[in-house]
Design a protein around this ligand. Structure first.
Ligand code: NAD
Length: 295
């Protein structure tokens, strides 16, 4: 018996890259799979590979970025397989841009797929899962959500995916749905498009290496695990820390600009945080952290 035997799972963006690997591995683990990709020919190829290995798959060429089509993907799963147990919210777009020259049309496209697409699919899936005792949603976020140069729009969409994961996990526990996210790093078209990503991602970091994490979170072996964002980066596997309210929390009846300035001078100067995935030190603290340069 495979770890997903008898389960019906939707994988969005499964025509290539990570989504294809998630769909193939889910089918090998016994799941009936809806292989979705807006590029229908690629989705067809993934489904053919599944069927060639004696698996079960149906194809959807719907776009996740349209609420009606997102519902149709989930409905297809329910109609074909009589149930919907798992959703991998994987479809995504990215591009690099210098932030002050970013293009509104590209920003909108990425938000529509990476944020609204994840929302439309998750909500439509949860509505069906709620009627059959629950399920598991695995969102695909990114380490970029911590902030990365030339990826501001993409990073913001992935930050939204992590926030959704926390909120959905809180909301959906009572209807039996677990919601987690995975931040992958794998050699795909998305990485080929960026010289910097290529440098950070050697070719042996294949999508297949991320699939076991997603399968675990889809399966009952991860019962009791929800609201977690897990990063799998080649040999490393770790939980992403939750954003939190950082102490000390100062109290005043009302804050004016003078008292805010004093708070920064007297208290927060020692509590400023390095920022972004690269952990850059705020300029005010660099004199303490960078070696003195001789004149
Ligand atoms: N590759 C990495 O290292 C990496 C790192 C962090 C996060 N991710 C995330 O993993 C996911 C998969 O990325 P990938 O690297 O496999 O990318 P990819 O570009 O190889 O594949 C993405 C797939 O999504 C499909 N897609 C795009 N818009 C769609 C839509 N509206 N509806 C349905 N399908 C759509 C594309 O046709 C494509 O086949 C994305 O969410 C991405 O942001 C990838």
């Amino acid at each position: 018996m495979g770890m997903l035997s008898g389960k019906a799972v939707v994988v969005t963006g499964a025509g290539r890259g990570l989504g294809r690997a998630f769909a193939l591995h889910a089918a090998q683990a016994g799941a009936h799979v809806v292989v979705n990709d807006v590029d229908g020919e690629l989705a067809e190829e993934t489904a053919e590979s599944i069927v060639a290995q004696d698996g079960t798959a149906v194809v959807s060429d719907h776009s996740v970025a349209d609420p009606g089509q997102a519902r149709a993907i989930m409905r297809l799963c329910h109609d074909e397989f009589g149930r919907l147990d798992g959703l991998v919210n994987n479809a995504g777009l990215n591009y690099e841009a210098v932030s002050w020259l970013d293009d509104p049309a590209r920003m909108r496209d990425v938000v529509e797929v990476n944020v609204l697409g994840v929302m439309y699919c998750g909500v439509a899936a949860a509505e069906l899962m709620a009627t059959s005792g629950g399920g598991s949603i695995v969102n695909i976020s990114s380490g970029a959500s911590l902030g990365q140069r030339k990826l501001a729009t993409y990073a913001a969409t992935k930050g939204a995916v992590s926030s959704l994961t926390y909120s959905w996990a809180l909301d959906m526990e009572e209807i039996g749905i677990r919601v987690n996210a995975v931040c992958p790093l794998a050699h795909t078209r998305m990485v080929w498009a960026s010289e910097r990503s290529l440098r950070n991602c050697p070719p042996e970091r294949t999508p297949a290496r991320i699939a076991p994490v997603v399968l675990f979170l889809l399966s009952e072996r991860s019962a009791g695990i929800t609201g977690q964002v897990v990063r799998c980066n080649g040999p490393q596997l770790h939980i992403m820390g939750q954003p939190h309210l950082k102490a000390p929390i100062l109290e005043r009846d009302v804050w004016d600009s003078d008292s805010v300035e004093r708070a920064f001078d007297e208290v927060f100067s020692g509590h400023l945080e390095p920022y972004g995935l690269e952990k850059r030190m705020p300029p005010k603290l660099r004199k303490w952290t960078e070696p003195l340069r001789s004149a």
